[in-house]
Write a protein that binds this ligand. Structure first.
Ligand code: GTP
Ligand code: MG
Length: 316
């Protein structure tokens, strides 16, 4: 009987057929949770159902959604087994608590040649290492918005890491995004790819460049931030759902409001500041040295360390 029906999709709700479900999804009401908190009168008005039918649908959606409670101890357990990817540098690994974490976003920002892309290449190789070698034994989705992906450089790093360079390249799914739409869609549609290809790291290099180029002027800032926010949320939810790591690079600008000290400020304002679990600020130093500052971290104190970008990859 209908009473025992398992409710998983919008279509399983009473009074909601395929067409209505489609319309609701198009309007952003794409989960039972969203129906559960919807106003029946709004549903009725927007999707052409009676108020009573809408009330019933909301009621059933409420009964079918559960809240997952965990104890602090359980979350601790979960955090202890979070995967980490080595950055290639022991001092950087130590500073951030072992490597870049799964289930969250790690951002690096800094001026040109500060090493953001090179760190992305190193992580792309290291993610493919087994867990005992501080990898995740998985493949990589590399979204390149600047056209700076260099397979020959990755091969070089792979060889030095003891991996087969050809295999390493085969395990990278590469997308060259030329517009913010392409960038956003690649991430929106990544679910299937992630599962089929065992993706354990998503790199977006750079996350902000296209947004910055396309949304120019003060008038466009609101829209830019809103789109960027949704894009970041999707990345965050993928990282949670599939227990993968996300590494994004970000550009900087000189903030004229900062009169004393370093005026270098990452692009993306508050939206970016809240998004990344771990934020790294990278600066050029002498020769192949780079100073990496840990600006934000879920569990480690602020700090600074020095890495080197060598012919074999990130070291130090
Ligand atoms: P933008 O994307 O321009 O903002 O810079 P970025 O922060 O991504 O810099 P990137 O990671 O591309 O760093 C470039 C620097 O890495 C170069 O200036 C070199 O110092 C170093 N580098 C790049 N390729 C090699 C290489 O094959 N061998 C060595 N030894 N160093 C390299
Ligand atoms: Mg770069």
């Amino acid at each position: 009987m209908a009473k025992d029906k398992i409710v998983r999709e919008l279509e399983d709700l009473p009074g909601i057929g395929e067409t209505t479900a489609e319309k609701m999804r198009a309007a952003g009401i794409d989960s039972l949770e969203k129906v559960a908190i919807a106003n029946p009168h709004d549903l009725s008005e927007n999707f052409g159902m009676s108020v009573d039918a809408a009330k019933k649908a909301v009621q059933v959606a409420k009964e079918s959604t559960t809240i997952n409670y965990s104890t602090g101890a359980e979350i601790f357990e979960k955090r202890m087994i979070l995967g980490k990817i080595s950055t290639g540098s022991d001092s950087l690994n130590d500073m951030i608590g072992g490597g870049i974490e799964t289930n969250s976003i790690t951002e690096s920002y800094g001026k040109f040649s500060s090493g953001k892309t090179q760190l992305g290449f190193q992580l792309t190789v290291n993610a493919q290492q087994p867990r005992e070698k501080l990898g995740l034994g998985g493949n990589v989705l590399f979204i390149d918005t600047e056209g700076t992906f260099r397979p020959e450089r990755i091969k070089e790093i792979a060889k030095n890491s003891g991996l087969d360079p050809e295999d390493v390249l085969k395990n990278i799914i590469y997308v060259r995004a030329q517009t913010t739409e392409q960038q956003i869609l690649t991430v929106e549609r990544a679910d299937k790819l992630i599962q089929e290809k065992n993706i354990k790291l998503i790199v977006v290099d750079s996350l902000t460049a296209l947004f910055r180029a396309e949304f120019i002027g003060r008038g466009a800032l609101g829209e830019r931030q809103q789109k960027l926010n949704m894009h970041i949320h999707k990345l965050q939810s993928l990282s949670d759902k599939y227990e993968l790591a996300v590494y994004v690079t970000n550009q900087v600008m000189d903030n004229p409001g900062i009169l004393f000290g370093d005026p270098t400020t990452p692009i993306g304002g508050n939206v970016m500041a809240h998004a990344a679990g771990t934020r790294l600020y990278m600066r050029k130093s002498k020769e192949d040295k780079r100073i990496v500052r840990l600006v934000d971290s879920p569990s480690m104190p602020e700090g600074e360390c020095i890495i080197r970008i060598t012919k074999d990859g990130v070291k130090g």
